[in-house]
Design a protein around this ligand. Structure first.
Ligand code: SAM
Ligand code: SF4
Length: 475
């Protein structure tokens, strides 16, 4: 069945568009950002309050360099205070690049006719999954173009195939999805395969720009896209990821759009999104966009810091689109998840690492070509705790970031010990001797910092069990 917005009825008044461009612009034009106000807003966020649109506009409108520094410092403090040093690692796995849409920024778009399109067969998908398991990955996001072939049933089948792969000492324990929107029954079908997060990026919340850059296919329909994750919620998927593609329109408007989207979920479903993504446009085959709104590095740091403060309980994802130095810098301002060892070429993981990317074989250019093991070394060396934890999802504790944020002691009791356990598992199975030494030094340090606690003894016991061959241990 081909899902199409024109044959689909909105069943409920809840699923109405919720972006009011005039409202957003009136905040951006009118809200004053004097010192006292900016400091009050930062303080409210550090007090763990999600910011309103008006408060977000205060931070956006602060242009005084001293205030910008205070906003960045606020984001850094919030990250340290709430999330600590953990960074969750994942990898994208592209399943198919057939696409009937014409998004001007994307290499997969239908008008790129000369490109050989690939949809992974079951053995190819298994081979890709095995190659990712061999790197040490436990969490994947499966990515698809928008095409009748990639129906809800097809996607659900690919998820089951990935979960079914047991290889060496590992397996994939959480599969997230980035795919086109479905109707409610479609989302239900995908949910039944046991997915983690369903991610859909609005690309731009500014409707006229949206219409300008989406030239053909179902994705042209702004409202169908905007209400997509409402349908996911109605289908029982309460773990959703939102995002905007920065560079299509004014970044200030997009930040407000993202915050409005969060408010909408909170108001209607009583649960915010699990993650926010903020990709910046990268080069792609026949990229065809105006350059006016491309986001500079210093604006990018600002917008990530503002988002961190505006939605303090939401996970934030930064991908290998960004070069290593930008990633390292941005990590400090509140990012909680990054990808590692990323290869966008369909079937690329099983072919091995490559430094030169062929734009005809991937959706866009990536700028961080580090392998997962290189990223692990750098994270460990900088005192971060790399984590492959999937415990909350597997124990049915949905809204993991929300719990980290709102349940006192949750991070200390669950997240940090689980991060250390998954790190120890990685060190045992995939790390070089040198990484293993540095990794266990970090683990010892963090265990000591936990002080005297019943849980610490349990944790030490579990680490010893991992060393003697037990796997997949968590609290
Ligand atoms: N086809 C699905 C869709 O459009 O929702 C799957 C998403 S696409 C494969 C993943 C995301 O990559 C898009 O939502 C978009 O934000 C982003 N993307 C597309 N072209 C890009 C580019 N040139 N640079 C950076 N990100 C890009
Ligand atoms: Fe297709 Fe998604 Fe690329 Fe648009 S962004 S052309 S829908 S793969």
């Amino acid at each position: 069945m081909i899902y199409h917005p024109e044959t689909y009825r909105i069943p409920d008044k809840r699923m109405q568009p919720f972006i009011d461009a005039d409202e957003i612009w009136s905040y951006l034009r009118q809200v004053k950002a004097d010192k006292g106000r900016v400091r009050d807003v930062i303080a409210a966020s550090l007090d763990k309050k999600r910011l309103s649109l008006e408060e977000t506009a205060v931070l956006i409108n602060a242009t005084d360099p001293e205030l910008i520094e205070e906003i960045k410092e606020g984001a850094r403090t919030l990250k340290e205070k709430v999330y600590g040093e953990r960074i969750v690692l994942f990898a994208p796995l592209y399943v198919g690049d057939l696409c009937t849409n014409n998004c001007q920024y994307c290499g997969f778009r239908a008008s790129n006719k000369g490109v050989k399109r690939i949809t992974l067969s079951e053995p190819e998908l298994v081979a890709e999954t095995r190659a990712l398991i061999d790197q040490g990955h436990k969490r994947l996001i499966l990515v698809y173009g928008e095409h009748p072939k990639y129906s809800a049933e097809f996607i659900a089948d690919t998820v089951r195939i990935v979960y079914g792969v047991k290889h060496g000492k590992g397996e994939i324990r959480r599969v997230n999805i980035n795919a086109a929107p479905f109707d409610i029954p479609g989302f239900r079908t995908v949910k039944e395969s046991g997915i983690g997060t369903f991610q859909i990026f609005q690309e731009t919340y500014h409707e006229p720009t949206y219409r300008k850059v989406h030239l053909g296919g179902i994705k042209r329909n702004y409202e169908w896209r905007l209400t997509a994750l409402d349908r996911a919620q109605e289908a029982g998927i309460d773990d959703v990821g939102i995002g905007a593609l920065f560079g299509l329109y004014d970044w200030r408007f997009e930040v407000m759009g993202l915050v409005r989207h969060v408010n909408h979920f909170e108001a209607v479903y009583n649960v915010g999104p699990h993650t926010i993504s903020f990709p910046r446009i990268q080069n792609a085959l026949s990229l065809d966009i105006e350059k006016e709104h491309l986001v500079k590095d210093e604006e990018f740091v600002r917008l990530v810091s503002i988002l961190r403060l505006a939605v303090p309980y939401t996970g934030m994802i930064l991908t290998a689109r960004e070069p290593a130095d930008v990633r390292d810098q941005i990590l400090r301002f509140g990012v909680s998840q990054i990808d590692g060892g990323t290869n966008l070429e369909l079937g690329g993981y099983s072919k091995g690492k490559h430094d030169h990317q062929d734009l005809t074989k991937g959706q866009f250019q990536i700028n961080d070509n580090r392998s997962l093991s290189e990223i692990m070394d750098e994270l460990i060396g900088s005192g971060y705790i790399p984590s492959f934890c999937t415990a909350c999802y597997r124990l049915g504790r949905t809204g993991e970031h929300f719990m980290e944020f709102s349940v006192p002691g949750f991070i200390k009791r669950f997240c940090t010990p689980n991060a250390l356990l998954t790190l120890a598992e990685y060190l045992e199975d995939y790390a070089s001797d040198e990484t293993k030494k540095a990794g266990y030094r970090l683990i010892d340090e963090k265990v000591n910092e936990m002080g005297e606690d019943r849980r610490v003894d349990k944790l030490k016991e579990k680490i010893e069990q991992l060393k003697t061959g037990k796997r997949d241990l968590y609290f």
